[in-house]
Design a protein around this ligand. Structure first.
Ligand code: MLT
Length: 309
């Protein structure tokens, strides 16, 4: 019998077609991720589950998923999957670590430009017919120091692009070898040195017990006055209340945030701040990246289920 896969979040049509072409039965129900009860009612019919971020694969859901063998996350973060609970039941959890790296790195660079030149505010003001030319004085990126926290897949691409912009790049990443740092054209430093030197700081680490609040109140106080902060990684890496205080006091000149402690973020202590640029977790949202991750997750789940798992 053909294995059955449920796609419970919005995923490109490409994924559905790949499952069909590979001989996997697939049900595409992109709204189900938001309907916990309905999902729990039908999950026992499936061998595989393909998700993005809306579906929460909790212990409770896994208890009902008596036939489930694999959960595939089209994207990088698996924060929405209870991995210990899945492992306990022998359910494999896979992600697609490469498909949206370029897109996310480009968003971080776009956010850096946005805060350097106050693009959203200048655009809104121009649309309003105000022509406030003298209000929007920016700063150049050329020759500025960018501190990259986490120089893995995404952070590494950010380093490369920033070097191309003629920025000086310092990176904090315990897993970064001197050789790789040299290859990227960046200087490997400890966190305190990065905090003290950087004009811009961008975060590219997952949210773990070690990285939570890596930009804590204490660490924000160690940054250079006038620093600008970009977070396109995960909410919870920056202490939002401390960041607001640092923005209010003028110590931090600007922040560009794509991710928030609580998402979907409909209210946040930083909303409405004139020096904050926000986007709704759009880091991976390009047609190319969504096509890549959908294709990869469908291939990976099919490979696994068709290998006789
Ligand atoms: C990811 O983990 O792949 C990104 O944050 C994208 C997303 O969640 O949509």
């Amino acid at each position: 019998m053909a294995p059955r896969v449920l796609v419970s979040d919005e995923l490109s049509e490409t994924a559905v077609q790949i499952f069909r072409d590979r001989g996997v039965e697939v049900d595409y129900m992109p709204k189900l991720g938001k309907d916990k009860e309905k999902l729990a009612e039908i999950i026992d019919q499936y061998d595989g589950l393909a998700i993005r971020s809306a579906t929460k694969v909790t212990e409770k859901l896994l208890e009902k998923a008596t036939n489930l063998k694999v959960v595939g996350r089209a994207g990088i973060g698996v924060d929405n999957v209870d991995i210990p609970a899945a492992s306990k039941r022998g359910v494999i959890v896979m992600n697609t670590p490469f498909g949206n790296s370029i897109t996310t790195a480009e968003h971080a660079i776009a956010m850096m430009f946005a805060i350097a030149r106050q693009l959203p505010e200048a655009s809104a003001s121009t649309h309003a017919g105000k022509w406030e030319k003298s209000k929007f004085m920016g700063v150049e990126l050329f020759n500025k120091t960018l501190g990259v926290i986490g120089a893995g897949n995404i952070g590494g691409i950010v380093c490369d692009r920033a070097v191309g912009l003629k920025m000086k790049v310092v990176a904090y990443d315990p897993f970064l070898s001197e050789e790789r740092a040299k290859q990227l054209g960046v200087t490997k430093v400890e966190l305190d040195e990065l905090l003290a030197k950087a004009d811009f700081i961008t975060l590219h680490v997952p949210l773990t017990d070690k990285t939570r609040n890596i930009l804590s109140r204490e660490n924000l106080a160690k940054t250079k006055k006038g620093v600008r902060i970009i977070n396109c990684a995960r909410g919870g890496l920056v202490d939002e209340a401390a960041l607001k205080d640092a923005l209010d006091s003028g110590h931090v000149a600007g922040a560009a945030l794509d991710v928030f402690e609580v998402e979907p973020a409909t209210e946040n202590v930083l909303f409405g701040h004139p020096n904050v640029v926000c986007t709704p977790h759009l880091g991976a949202s390009t047609t190319e990246a969504q096509e890549n991750v959908a294709l990869q997750v469908a291939e990976q789940i099919s490979d696994y289920l068709l290998s006789g798992a």
